[in-house]
Design a protein around this ligand. Structure first.
Ligand code: NAD
Ligand code: UD1
Length: 346
């Protein structure tokens, strides 16, 4: 089955890896991205990896999801069967300083997209939600039915979009929606050609320690070694970005095949790793020492966040296949070959 898909934010970290996976599955893609946090070079490399024939199935529209005209142009580019909606802003600290901008892009942008979808009779949507919705969880591993208690503006915008999607799906028959709550997406395509290219100083652990390993930054700061975890450092559920890409493919197939529904699923591995475990695994993969110092806890952090991914496995027949060693191997292949990310073009 070959579909025509609109991919918002398709040039970004998760979007670009998912575009590659979807092209390899034979789908046609219209990518809508304004490159607010990405480079066209990522899509050029997606095309390079798929080869010239599949590459013709990717069309790019440079535009903003908040622009009615840009979204309409994307829908005119091909008869769209389904939308994968990655576009959005994702930096927690920035969202505290600029909440209006986050609400405008993440919530306003989604509203604009939903209007265009209804106008074009397209009611199949996969949305990038986040485990950030769970705030400080009472229970780990975290099931989807856990209470939603976001603790920052970024999380509030994701909760608002999930609420919006629930209301829209209930308002008329025919909506097929998947809200996928990602845990901690990391790693890179094994070719070393695609990966995460954060602009400025990374705020997340994996890109930061990759930059320390390659010599761009002197030391990793470990935010607290006094957490109630086995070695005292924070525990997270790290998911290889290619496992995440495959999760999108699986969700799309289920949405298209089954009767209309709203699916809300955790995408994670179900396994937790501490900061120090990740440091050790990255040192082993890279052969480089990663100097670190323990500093105070970061405000807003929780000790442990691990998915209960059993619903995704049951509903999608999907589970993660790549562990910490592959995550670090592929992350290092990317970082060592592209120390400046996508370079000048970024
Ligand atoms: P990213 O920043 O690499 O990708 C987002 C893409 O959206 C970028 O290409 C950016 O240029 C584009 N974009 C931003 N604003 C836009 C706008 N107004 N119009 C058009 N395009 C716009 O981020 P990512 O890590 O690939 O995340 C993708 C999605 O997944 C986001 O919605 C994010 O909130 C969500 N998510 C990410 C993580 C994570 O840790 N990376 C975790 C949970 C959820
Ligand atoms: C962060 C966001 C969360 C978002 C998620 C995925 C915060 C408070 N939370 O979560 O909303 O959904 O990213 O994008 O920003 N760490 C260090 N040193 C560093 C960086 C991180 O020790 O330089 C530690 C953290 O304390 C944590 C772990 O590493 O224990 C992972 O941190 P990070 O990669 O930022 O992810 P989250 O904290 O899960």
């Amino acid at each position: 089955m070959s579909l025509q898909l609109l991919i918002t934010g398709g040039a970004g970290f998760i979007g670009s890896h998912t575009c590659l996976s979807l092209l390899e599955a034979g789908h046609g893609l219209v990518v809508l991205d304004n490159f607010a946090n990405s480079s066209p070079e990522a899509l050029r490399r997606v095309q390079e990896l798929t080869g010239p024939q599949a590459a013709t199935r990717l069309q790019l529209i440079r535009g903003d999801i908040r622009s009615r005209e840009a979204v309409a142009q994307a829908f005119r580019a091909a008869p769209i069967d389904a939308v994968l909606h990655f576009a959005g802003l994702k930096a927690v600290g920035e969202s505290v300083r600029q909440p209006q901008r986050y609400w405008d892009v993440n919530v306003g942008g989604t509203l604009q997209l939903l209007k265009a979808m209804a106008d074009h009779n397209c009611r199949t949507l996969v949305f990038s939600s986040s485990a950030t919705l769970y705030g400080f969880p009472d229970q780990v591993p975290i099931p989807e039915k856990a209470p939603l208690r976001p603790i920052n503006p970024y999380g509030h915008t994701k909760a608002a979009v999930e609420r919006l999607l629930t209301d829209v799906a209930a308002s008329e028959p025919g909506w097929r929606v998947a809200a996928l709550r990602y845990f901690n997406p990391v790693g890179a395509h094994p070719s070393g050609r695609l990966g995460e290219a954060p602009s400025g100083t990374p705020s997340n652990l994996f890109p930061y320690l990759s930059q320390v390993a390659v010599g761009l930054r002197p030391t990793l700061q470990v935010f607290g070694a006094d957490w109630p975890t086995p070695d005292g450092t924070g525990v997270r559920d790290y998911i290889h970005v290619m496992d995440l890409a495959e999760g999108h493919r699986a969700a799309l197939e289920v949405l298209v095949r089954e009767p209309p529904q709203l699916l809300t699923l955790n995408l994670g591995s179900g396994r937790g790793h501490s900061v120090l475990e990740l440091v050790a695994a990255f040192e082993a993969a890279s052969g480089r020492a990663i100097p670190y110092q323990v500093v105070a806890r970061r405000p807003g952090d929780s000790p442990t966040s691990v998915a209960d991914p059993s619903l995704a496995t049951a509903r999608l027949g999907w589970r993660t296949r790549r562990g910490l060693a592959e995550i670090c191997r592929d992350g290092w292949a990317w970082q060592s070959a592209n120390p400046q990310g996508y370079g000048e073009a970024h």
